[in-house]
Design a protein around this ligand. Structure first.
Ligand SMILES: [Zn+2]
Length: 113
């Protein structure tokens, strides 16, 4: 499946699915303002988070990488807690104060083979 960016690492399965460029769970609001790209160089554009996706992962890899989204979200919430409250963009506390990309065996998680 050549449209899945993870096909080089392990076999794909299922249809090509949408993946968010930036994890949707990082934001508390349903939209963000974007500028600087060719299509919004001169003026900020309001974009719904559900539209910030691309078809770049098969269903198998998308599902197997969901732990990365969760670990990234937790890390952002840990970092937010380090800021004074008035500068935080996310008020939800982290599930854990541990920021660690390793699994229980001490190794980085592997994609399914
Ligand atoms: Zn795949």
């Amino acid at each position: 499946m050549k449209d899945c960016w993870a096909s080089e690492y392990s076999s794909c399965d299922g249809k090509i699915s949408r993946e968010h460029y930036i994890s949707k769970s990082v934001f508390e609001q349903p939209f963000i303002y974007v500028s600087g790209f060719d299509w919004c160089k001169d003026k900020e554009k309001k974009i719904g988070l559900s539209n910030l996706t691309a078809k770049i992962l098969c269903e198998r890899h998308n599902n197997s990488l969901s732990f990365v989204d969760q670990a990234g979200l937790n890390a952002i919430r840990v970092f937010e807690q380090l800021l004074p409250a008035k500068y935080r963009s996310n008020s939800i506390p982290p599930k854990s104060n541990v920021v660690d990309g390793l699994n229980k065996t001490g190794n980085p998680p592997a994609l399914p083979g």
